[in-house]
Design a protein around this ligand. Structure first.
Ligand SMILES: N[C@@H]1[C@@H](O)[C@H](O)[C@@H](COP(=O)(O)O)O[C@@H]1O
Length: 241
């Protein structure tokens, strides 16, 4: 794993944004795997600014998102569908029909999971996957205990995750308890992965990710077995390494 240590979240966003924009310019038909959460927001702002100033085009880019809450309509501001529109898609020239997010309102969720896998395969797989990390080691919404061979599936969110994500909602009771998430095997098939983290609250998670045992109890540890992972994190997040 390659580790890029930066001073703070501004520098992280610029470093990651530059890397992604460069890859989009080099391969205008790239398939991007995108993440939500607080961490990638600055990177998305960088991509928007770069699109405006340098004209990097997303007109032939496709994207697949990692996950979506179950039980929130798409129009809910906390759905990941709304998050992606507000924080990225509405500000780029990307074709909305080429942006894919699991449908957490699908009548048949199992079918939706299978469809999502088929979509990713039809796109030829993910070229570059952006990831954050949960304090408990989750990647996407793959909570501790999720099998490494899992593919897109429905998951019950861990208590810790509900608590951590409650800051985006008016109360913890409003946080959905279930989600659709790409599986760990799905994520590991991405050709390249960039993982972002900032702040002391992620320091233990980064330690386990880089130095810990590879175990399903800490899903992100499997990234040690992927051949092309770059971690971009600030000094606080890397303070235990
Ligand atoms: N499902 C998302 C993850 O994809 C994200 O990486 C993680 C960290 O979020 P944050 O960046 O807000 O710390 O939690 C969320 O629950």
């Amino acid at each position: 794993m390659k580790i890029i240590k930066v001073a703070d979240s501004t520098e992280m966003s610029k470093t990651a944004g530059e890397m992604i924009a460069e890859k989009v310019r080099a391969n205008p038909e790239i398939v991007l795997g995108l993440a939500t959460g607080g961490t990638p927001v600055g990177t998305y702002q960088y991509l928007i600014e770069d699109h405006r100033k340098k004209g990097t085009s997303y007109s032939r880019v496709s994207s697949v998102n990692l996950d979506e809450y179950i039980g929130l309509p798409k129009t809910d501001p906390n759905s990941y569908y709304s998050f992606m529109k507000t924080n990225l898609f509405d500000h780029l020239d990307i074709n909305p029909e080429q942006t894919f997010i699991p449908d957490g309102s699908a009548a048949d969720l199992e079918e939706e999971c299978a469809n999502y896998e088929r979509k990713i395969a039809a796109l030829g797989g993910v070229d570059l996957q952006l990831l954050g990390i949960g304090r408990n080691g989750h990647i996407a919404f793959n909570e501790p205990g999720t099998p490494f061979e899992s593919r897109t599936h429905v998951i019950s969110l861990a208590e810790d995750t509900i608590k951590d994500n409650a800051r985006f909602f008016s109360s913890p009771e409003e946080v959905p308890t279930k989600a659709i998430t790409m599986g760990i095997a799905t994520i590991l098939e991405s050709k390249e992965i960039i993982l972002l983290a900032t702040g002391k609250s992620k320091a233990e998670a980064l330690y386990s990710l880089v130095k810990g045992e590879v175990t399903e109890d800490f899903p992100a540890s499997i990234l040690q077995r992927h051949g092309n992972v770059t971690i971009i994190a600030d000094e606080d997040a890397l303070s235990l390494i």
